[in-house]
Design a protein around this ligand. Structure first.
Ligand code: SAH
Length: 349
């Protein structure tokens, strides 16, 4: 089966031309797919024979809505989608004054092993295709009936561990005949996979890079983030400086505050020292309590923020959304998997 929705418009045009179709067909089919049609039958301006041919040769993915939770506190919506192979992924829609942001997953599970994160508990199952990432945006938009203006690749998975598909996805959502979402409205978060950061830097895209820092010293970082043993935080800072030099884009550093682990003043001082020469932004996140993890939320957010600011580093405390709906970091998927296990069903993994 051809994964048509993962194709660029040019690839679609070539495929359709190889089926004896005129050049404009590629654009037509691309536009339909990026509106989230559920079948080729809906592509009413295509000849019937072509619709039938596409129906037999190509897969048209439509995720099934397995579960949906709406926060009573702030209207945040969490979606659990079931993919064609039975795997489940999470997507979150956050409503801000400046527009709607969708937080999408890039993999089924994650193999990075961060000690505080629920997404990685059961490891990585597989990468998502560009179409499966696009579908999260399309079908969230259709379900909510509201336009999505921003995308953050901050759901389950490590985008740099699936970078080819992620780059293709970016090309798709950026296309004027598709969702037409500008790079400046897109953020990509990584736990610090340096070759990925370097590759992205070479491309010079105008998206916002977020780096999940969580500790500025090797000892602490290796303890909570195994990725640090492969890509040490000193090299990570160097890669970030290079990235800024190449792209001119300010990097955002995510920092989940963990009681007694990464919330000491000397660690704020170290961050400031390492960011010197680069306009970074530190986003302090109240740690979400994850049942599987021994870590507890820090009570030093304000003090840590002040310490960073005393060194001239911009720091904000992230407003937490959807606190009543398991909206963060793989929690809903974990819960659904556990319920299925308890009920003795196949979890699809
Ligand atoms: N793999 C990428 C994308 C995930 S983004 C990355 O690591 O950046 C999800 C963000 O939430 C990351 O910054 C991650 O470190 C953070 N996170 C994970 N578990 C958390 C928890 N329990 N509390 C607060 N933040 C958490």
């Amino acid at each position: 089966m051809i994964d048509l929705k993962s194709m660029s418009q040019q690839e679609m045009t070539e495929l359709l031309r190889s089926m004896g179709q005129p050049a404009f067909r590629g654009r037509q089919v691309f536009s339909w797919l990026h509106r989230g049609v559920a079948s080729f039958e809906e592509m009413t301006d295509l000849p019937k024979a072509l619709r039938e041919r596409l129906g037999t040769d190509c897969a048209l993915t439509v995720p099934r809505l397995e579960r949906k939770q709406v926060s009573r506190l702030d209207g945040t919506i969490k979606y659990l989608w079931e993919l064609a192979d039975g795997n489940c992924i999470e997507t979150v829609l956050m409503r801000y004054h400046h527009g709607n942001t969708v937080c999408i997953s890039s993999q089924v599970g994650c193999r990075m092993g961060c000690a505080f994160c629920a997404s990685t508990v059961a490891g990585r199952v597989r990468d998502l295709t560009p179409a499966e990432m696009l579908d999260q945006v399309l079908f969230t938009q259709l379900d909510a009936g509201e336009e999505i203006s921003n995308i953050v690749l901050m759901g389950i998975g490590e985008p740099m561990d699936n970078l080819d598909h992620v780059l293709k996805f970016l090309e798709l959502v950026n296309h004027p005949d598709g969702l037409n979402i500008g790079m400046r409205h897109i953020s990509l978060s990584t736990c610090g996979v340096i070759p990925g950061i370097r590759r992205l830097g070479e491309l010079g895209l105008q998206l916002t890079l977020s780096v999940s820092l969580h500790a500025p010293d090797s000892e602490t970082r290796s303890r909570i983030m195994p990725v640090n043993r492969a890509y040490d935080v000193e090299e990570l800072f160097a890669a970030c400086h290079d990235y800024f030099r190449k792209t001119g884009r300010r990097i955002s550093f995510e920092y989940a505050m963990i009681d007694g682990v990464n919330d000491h003043d000397w660690q704020a001082d170290r961050i400031a020292e390492k960011l010197r020469g680069m306009p970074g932004h530190v986003n302090l996140i109240p740690l979400n309590d994850v049942v599987e993890s021994p870590f507890k939320p820090s009570k030093r957010l304000a003090a840590f923020q002040k310490r960073l600011e005393s060194h001239g580093v911009t720091a904000t405390v992230r407003r937490s959304l959807g606190g009543d709906i398991d909206a963060s970091c793989g929690q809903l998927r974990r819960k659904a998997m556990e319920e299925k296990e308890a009920a003795g069903c196949e979890s699809g993994e």
